[in-house]
Design a protein around this ligand. Structure first.
Ligand SMILES: [Zn+2]
Length: 354
Protein backbone atom coordinates (compact mmCIF):
# COMPACT_ATOMS: atom_id res chain seq x y z
CA UNK A 1 0.00 0.00 0.00
CA UNK A 2 1.08 3.53 -0.44
CA UNK A 3 2.60 5.34 2.47
CA UNK A 4 0.59 8.21 3.79
CA UNK A 5 0.09 10.12 7.00
CA UNK A 6 -2.62 8.77 9.25
CA UNK A 7 -4.39 12.11 9.04
CA UNK A 8 -4.88 11.41 5.32
CA UNK A 9 -6.79 8.24 6.02
CA UNK A 10 -10.50 8.80 5.66
CA UNK A 11 -12.91 8.09 8.48
CA UNK A 12 -14.91 6.16 5.91
CA UNK A 13 -12.13 3.60 5.42
CA UNK A 14 -11.91 3.22 9.17
CA UNK A 15 -15.64 2.59 9.69
CA UNK A 16 -15.88 0.39 6.59
CA UNK A 17 -13.11 -1.77 7.98
CA UNK A 18 -14.68 -2.04 11.39
CA UNK A 19 -18.24 -2.75 10.23
CA UNK A 20 -17.40 -4.94 7.23
CA UNK A 21 -14.06 -6.54 7.96
CA UNK A 22 -14.55 -9.01 5.11
CA UNK A 23 -14.27 -6.13 2.62
CA UNK A 24 -10.80 -5.22 3.80
CA UNK A 25 -8.94 -7.68 1.64
CA UNK A 26 -7.12 -5.43 -0.80
CA UNK A 27 -6.16 -2.69 1.63
CA UNK A 28 -4.85 -3.25 5.10
CA UNK A 29 -5.86 -0.57 7.54
CA UNK A 30 -3.52 1.10 9.99
CA UNK A 31 -5.28 -0.64 12.86
CA UNK A 32 -4.56 -4.10 11.50
CA UNK A 33 -0.95 -4.49 12.40
CA UNK A 34 2.46 -2.92 12.58
CA UNK A 35 5.83 -2.86 10.90
CA UNK A 36 9.23 -2.66 12.56
CA UNK A 37 12.12 -0.62 11.17
CA UNK A 38 15.69 -1.35 12.28
CA UNK A 39 18.78 0.74 11.55
CA UNK A 40 22.29 -0.61 12.05
CA UNK A 41 24.85 2.17 11.65
CA UNK A 42 27.90 1.87 9.41
CA UNK A 43 30.21 0.92 12.25
CA UNK A 44 27.60 -1.17 14.08
CA UNK A 45 28.13 1.29 16.95
CA UNK A 46 24.52 2.52 17.01
CA UNK A 47 21.25 0.70 16.55
CA UNK A 48 17.76 2.13 16.27
CA UNK A 49 14.42 0.37 16.27
CA UNK A 50 11.05 1.89 15.40
CA UNK A 51 7.53 0.54 15.67
CA UNK A 52 5.26 2.05 13.02
CA UNK A 53 1.66 1.69 11.92
CA UNK A 54 0.78 0.71 8.35
CA UNK A 55 0.70 4.37 7.34
CA UNK A 56 4.39 4.58 8.18
CA UNK A 57 3.88 6.79 11.23
CA UNK A 58 6.47 5.96 13.88
CA UNK A 59 4.67 5.22 17.17
CA UNK A 60 7.65 4.41 19.34
CA UNK A 61 11.41 4.28 18.86
CA UNK A 62 14.67 3.67 20.67
CA UNK A 63 18.24 4.48 19.59
CA UNK A 64 21.14 3.12 21.56
CA UNK A 65 24.92 3.34 21.12
CA UNK A 66 27.45 0.57 21.75
CA UNK A 67 30.62 1.50 23.60
CA UNK A 68 32.83 -1.22 22.13
CA UNK A 69 33.91 -2.09 18.59
CA UNK A 70 31.12 -4.55 17.97
CA UNK A 71 30.93 -8.00 16.45
CA UNK A 72 27.71 -9.25 14.90
CA UNK A 73 26.75 -11.28 18.00
CA UNK A 74 27.03 -8.19 20.26
CA UNK A 75 25.00 -6.05 17.86
CA UNK A 76 22.26 -8.70 17.57
CA UNK A 77 22.21 -9.13 21.35
CA UNK A 78 21.72 -5.39 21.87
CA UNK A 79 19.09 -5.29 19.11
CA UNK A 80 17.23 -8.11 20.85
CA UNK A 81 17.06 -6.06 24.06
CA UNK A 82 15.79 -2.96 22.20
CA UNK A 83 13.27 -5.03 20.22
CA UNK A 84 11.88 -6.48 23.43
CA UNK A 85 11.13 -2.93 24.63
CA UNK A 86 9.84 -1.56 21.33
CA UNK A 87 7.58 -4.52 20.50
CA UNK A 88 6.35 -5.35 24.00
CA UNK A 89 2.81 -6.85 24.00
CA UNK A 90 1.15 -3.72 25.46
CA UNK A 91 2.28 -1.72 22.39
CA UNK A 92 0.79 -4.24 19.95
CA UNK A 93 -2.84 -3.63 20.82
CA UNK A 94 -4.03 -3.49 17.21
CA UNK A 95 -2.47 -6.58 15.75
CA UNK A 96 0.81 -8.28 15.09
CA UNK A 97 4.02 -7.31 13.34
CA UNK A 98 3.51 -7.90 9.62
CA UNK A 99 6.86 -6.87 8.17
CA UNK A 100 10.36 -5.90 9.21
CA UNK A 101 12.64 -3.53 7.30
CA UNK A 102 16.34 -3.12 8.06
CA UNK A 103 18.65 -0.34 6.87
CA UNK A 104 22.31 -1.32 7.17
CA UNK A 105 25.19 1.12 6.89
CA UNK A 106 27.42 -1.21 4.92
CA UNK A 107 27.60 -3.27 1.76
CA UNK A 108 24.30 -5.10 1.40
CA UNK A 109 23.19 -7.63 -1.20
CA UNK A 110 19.47 -6.83 -1.08
CA UNK A 111 18.53 -9.57 -3.56
CA UNK A 112 19.99 -12.29 -1.32
CA UNK A 113 19.27 -10.56 2.01
CA UNK A 114 22.93 -10.60 3.01
CA UNK A 115 25.17 -8.06 4.69
CA UNK A 116 28.35 -8.32 2.60
CA UNK A 117 30.48 -6.10 4.83
CA UNK A 118 30.40 -3.54 7.64
CA UNK A 119 33.48 -1.39 8.04
CA UNK A 120 35.02 -1.24 11.55
CA UNK A 121 32.94 -4.20 12.77
CA UNK A 122 33.58 -7.92 12.97
CA UNK A 123 31.61 -10.99 11.92
CA UNK A 124 29.46 -9.37 9.23
CA UNK A 125 30.99 -10.86 6.08
CA UNK A 126 28.11 -12.40 4.09
CA UNK A 127 25.89 -12.44 7.17
CA UNK A 128 22.32 -13.67 6.31
CA UNK A 129 20.57 -10.87 8.25
CA UNK A 130 17.28 -11.14 6.34
CA UNK A 131 16.83 -14.86 7.17
CA UNK A 132 17.83 -14.18 10.79
CA UNK A 133 15.05 -11.64 11.36
CA UNK A 134 12.46 -13.43 9.20
CA UNK A 135 12.83 -16.36 11.58
CA UNK A 136 12.98 -14.12 14.67
CA UNK A 137 9.69 -12.38 13.85
CA UNK A 138 7.99 -15.11 11.83
CA UNK A 139 7.22 -12.30 9.37
CA UNK A 140 8.79 -11.25 6.06
CA UNK A 141 11.90 -9.12 6.43
CA UNK A 142 13.57 -6.91 3.83
CA UNK A 143 17.06 -5.48 4.16
CA UNK A 144 18.91 -2.85 2.17
CA UNK A 145 21.77 -0.42 2.37
CA UNK A 146 20.98 2.61 4.57
CA UNK A 147 21.44 5.19 1.80
CA UNK A 148 19.06 3.23 -0.46
CA UNK A 149 16.54 3.09 2.38
CA UNK A 150 16.94 6.81 3.11
CA UNK A 151 16.51 7.61 -0.59
CA UNK A 152 13.25 5.63 -0.66
CA UNK A 153 12.07 7.42 2.49
CA UNK A 154 12.77 10.85 0.96
CA UNK A 155 10.85 9.74 -2.17
CA UNK A 156 7.76 8.69 -0.20
CA UNK A 157 7.77 11.15 2.68
CA UNK A 158 10.43 13.80 2.18
CA UNK A 159 12.18 16.01 -0.36
CA UNK A 160 11.75 13.69 -3.35
CA UNK A 161 7.99 13.24 -3.55
CA UNK A 162 6.86 12.79 -7.18
CA UNK A 163 10.42 13.13 -8.52
CA UNK A 164 11.25 10.64 -11.32
CA UNK A 165 15.00 10.30 -10.88
CA UNK A 166 16.43 10.96 -7.42
CA UNK A 167 20.01 10.81 -6.28
CA UNK A 168 20.20 10.72 -2.48
CA UNK A 169 23.58 11.42 -0.90
CA UNK A 170 23.96 10.33 2.72
CA UNK A 171 26.78 12.36 4.30
CA UNK A 172 27.33 10.87 7.73
CA UNK A 173 30.25 9.10 9.36
CA UNK A 174 30.69 7.52 5.92
CA UNK A 175 29.16 8.47 2.57
CA UNK A 176 26.58 6.47 0.65
CA UNK A 177 24.34 7.12 -2.31
CA UNK A 178 20.90 5.88 -3.28
CA UNK A 179 19.33 6.12 -6.71
CA UNK A 180 15.52 6.03 -7.06
CA UNK A 181 14.20 5.68 -10.59
CA UNK A 182 10.42 5.87 -11.10
CA UNK A 183 9.85 5.06 -7.43
CA UNK A 184 12.17 2.02 -7.29
CA UNK A 185 15.65 1.64 -5.83
CA UNK A 186 18.24 1.02 -8.55
CA UNK A 187 20.50 -1.75 -7.17
CA UNK A 188 22.83 -2.69 -10.03
CA UNK A 189 23.91 -6.25 -10.80
CA UNK A 190 25.36 -7.07 -7.33
CA UNK A 191 23.27 -4.62 -5.28
CA UNK A 192 26.33 -2.40 -5.00
CA UNK A 193 25.07 0.61 -6.98
CA UNK A 194 25.37 3.91 -5.16
CA UNK A 195 28.67 3.35 -3.34
CA UNK A 196 29.66 6.88 -4.23
CA UNK A 197 31.78 7.40 -1.10
CA UNK A 198 34.56 5.50 -2.83
CA UNK A 199 34.66 7.57 -6.02
CA UNK A 200 38.10 9.05 -6.65
CA UNK A 201 37.88 12.83 -6.40
CA UNK A 202 41.42 13.89 -5.52
CA UNK A 203 44.65 12.29 -6.71
CA UNK A 204 47.02 11.60 -3.81
CA UNK A 205 44.26 12.65 -1.43
CA UNK A 206 43.76 11.41 2.14
CA UNK A 207 43.31 7.75 3.07
CA UNK A 208 39.79 6.35 2.98
CA UNK A 209 38.15 3.86 5.38
CA UNK A 210 38.37 1.26 2.57
CA UNK A 211 42.17 1.62 2.33
CA UNK A 212 42.14 3.66 -0.89
CA UNK A 213 43.23 7.28 -1.25
CA UNK A 214 41.49 10.46 -2.37
CA UNK A 215 37.98 9.02 -2.17
CA UNK A 216 34.98 11.29 -1.56
CA UNK A 217 34.39 9.77 1.90
CA UNK A 218 37.96 10.61 2.96
CA UNK A 219 37.23 14.32 2.38
CA UNK A 220 33.50 15.02 2.76
CA UNK A 221 32.27 12.60 5.45
CA UNK A 222 31.61 13.86 8.97
CA UNK A 223 34.57 11.89 10.26
CA UNK A 224 36.90 13.34 7.61
CA UNK A 225 35.70 16.93 8.18
CA UNK A 226 36.31 16.72 11.92
CA UNK A 227 39.68 14.96 11.73
CA UNK A 228 40.96 17.26 8.97
CA UNK A 229 39.99 20.39 10.91
CA UNK A 230 41.47 19.12 14.17
CA UNK A 231 44.65 18.02 12.36
CA UNK A 232 45.14 21.42 10.68
CA UNK A 233 44.33 23.32 13.89
CA UNK A 234 47.43 21.91 15.62
CA UNK A 235 49.52 24.48 13.80
CA UNK A 236 46.90 27.26 13.66
CA UNK A 237 46.70 29.09 16.97
CA UNK A 238 43.55 31.09 16.19
CA UNK A 239 41.63 28.06 14.93
CA UNK A 240 42.73 26.01 17.92
CA UNK A 241 41.53 28.75 20.30
CA UNK A 242 38.20 29.02 18.46
CA UNK A 243 37.67 25.25 18.65
CA UNK A 244 38.45 25.24 22.39
CA UNK A 245 35.97 28.08 22.89
CA UNK A 246 33.19 26.33 20.92
CA UNK A 247 33.73 22.94 22.56
CA UNK A 248 34.41 24.20 26.11
CA UNK A 249 37.97 22.82 25.94
CA UNK A 250 36.92 19.42 24.64
CA UNK A 251 38.15 19.53 21.06
CA UNK A 252 37.23 15.87 20.49
CA UNK A 253 33.59 16.94 20.72
CA UNK A 254 33.86 19.28 17.72
CA UNK A 255 30.86 18.86 15.41
CA UNK A 256 30.50 19.30 11.65
CA UNK A 257 28.02 22.13 12.26
CA UNK A 258 30.70 23.95 14.30
CA UNK A 259 33.26 23.54 11.51
CA UNK A 260 30.81 25.09 9.02
CA UNK A 261 30.06 27.84 11.54
CA UNK A 262 33.78 28.61 11.94
CA UNK A 263 34.20 28.73 8.17
CA UNK A 264 31.23 31.08 7.89
CA UNK A 265 32.80 33.34 10.53
CA UNK A 266 35.99 33.57 8.45
CA UNK A 267 38.29 31.01 10.07
CA UNK A 268 40.90 30.16 7.40
CA UNK A 269 41.46 26.54 8.43
CA UNK A 270 37.76 25.75 8.58
CA UNK A 271 37.25 27.54 5.27
CA UNK A 272 39.92 25.35 3.66
CA UNK A 273 38.29 22.17 4.98
CA UNK A 274 34.80 23.24 3.92
CA UNK A 275 36.01 24.39 0.51
CA UNK A 276 37.53 20.93 -0.08
CA UNK A 277 34.17 19.40 0.88
CA UNK A 278 32.34 21.59 -1.64
CA UNK A 279 34.85 20.86 -4.40
CA UNK A 280 35.01 17.09 -3.89
CA UNK A 281 31.23 16.78 -3.70
CA UNK A 282 30.88 19.02 -6.75
CA UNK A 283 33.23 16.80 -8.78
CA UNK A 284 31.61 13.51 -7.71
CA UNK A 285 28.05 14.73 -8.20
CA UNK A 286 28.72 16.44 -11.54
CA UNK A 287 30.12 13.15 -12.86
CA UNK A 288 27.04 11.29 -11.68
CA UNK A 289 24.72 13.95 -13.14
CA UNK A 290 26.25 13.45 -16.58
CA UNK A 291 25.52 9.71 -16.32
CA UNK A 292 22.02 9.58 -14.82
CA UNK A 293 20.49 13.05 -15.41
CA UNK A 294 18.57 13.19 -12.10
CA UNK A 295 15.74 15.65 -11.44
CA UNK A 296 16.86 16.17 -7.84
CA UNK A 297 19.93 15.58 -5.69
CA UNK A 298 19.00 15.28 -2.01
CA UNK A 299 21.78 15.87 0.49
CA UNK A 300 21.15 14.06 3.78
CA UNK A 301 22.96 12.86 6.90
CA UNK A 302 24.69 14.84 9.62
CA UNK A 303 26.89 16.91 7.27
CA UNK A 304 23.81 18.10 5.36
CA UNK A 305 22.51 19.66 8.58
CA UNK A 306 24.83 22.56 7.64
CA UNK A 307 21.95 23.51 5.30
CA UNK A 308 22.60 26.27 2.77
CA UNK A 309 26.25 26.54 3.84
CA UNK A 310 26.63 23.13 2.14
CA UNK A 311 23.81 22.95 -0.39
CA UNK A 312 24.26 26.27 -2.21
CA UNK A 313 28.03 26.03 -2.90
CA UNK A 314 27.69 22.37 -3.97
CA UNK A 315 24.85 23.29 -6.33
CA UNK A 316 27.03 26.06 -7.76
CA UNK A 317 29.96 23.66 -8.28
CA UNK A 318 27.75 21.13 -10.05
CA UNK A 319 26.38 23.78 -12.41
CA UNK A 320 29.92 24.99 -13.15
CA UNK A 321 31.10 21.47 -14.01
CA UNK A 322 28.09 20.20 -15.98
CA UNK A 323 26.91 20.83 -19.51
CA UNK A 324 24.08 23.36 -19.10
CA UNK A 325 21.56 21.13 -20.93
CA UNK A 326 22.29 18.23 -18.55
CA UNK A 327 21.61 20.16 -15.36
CA UNK A 328 19.04 22.73 -16.54
CA UNK A 329 16.20 21.15 -14.53
CA UNK A 330 18.33 19.81 -11.69
CA UNK A 331 17.48 20.78 -8.12
CA UNK A 332 19.92 20.34 -5.25
CA UNK A 333 18.19 20.31 -1.87
CA UNK A 334 18.65 19.35 1.75
CA UNK A 335 16.76 16.20 2.79
CA UNK A 336 13.57 16.74 4.77
CA UNK A 337 14.00 13.75 7.06
CA UNK A 338 17.33 14.83 8.55
CA UNK A 339 19.39 12.26 10.40
CA UNK A 340 16.27 10.07 10.81
CA UNK A 341 16.17 9.29 7.08
CA UNK A 342 17.69 5.81 7.45
CA UNK A 343 15.33 4.73 10.23
CA UNK A 344 12.30 6.12 8.35
CA UNK A 345 13.81 4.29 5.36
CA UNK A 346 13.81 0.99 7.26
CA UNK A 347 10.10 1.50 8.01
CA UNK A 348 9.52 2.41 4.34
CA UNK A 349 11.27 -0.78 3.19
CA UNK A 350 8.96 -2.80 5.43
CA UNK A 351 5.90 -1.13 3.90
CA UNK A 352 6.89 -1.87 0.29
CA UNK A 353 4.29 -3.99 -1.50
CA UNK A 354 2.35 -4.50 1.72
ZN1 LIG B 1 37.12 4.39 -0.13
Amino acid sequence: MSIQHSSDMSTESFSTGLVHPQRVTDKLLATHGYVVGIEISSSGLRQSVALANLDGDILFRISRPLEVVPDSATVLQQLEAILAEVTSPERLVDGRILRVGIAVGGLVDASRGMVRRLYHAHGWSDFPLQDYFTERFDAPCIIDNNANAAALAEYHRGAGIAERVILYVGLGRGIGGGLIINGKIYHGVNSMAGEIGHMLVKEQGPRCSCGGYGHLEAIASARAIISTTLGLSVEATETHAAIMRLTHDRAERLTVAQVFQLADEGDRVAQRTVSDVHTSLGIALANIVHLVNPSVIILGGSVAQAGDLLVKPVEQQIHQLCLPEVCQDLKVVQGHLGVDASLVGAVTLALQDL
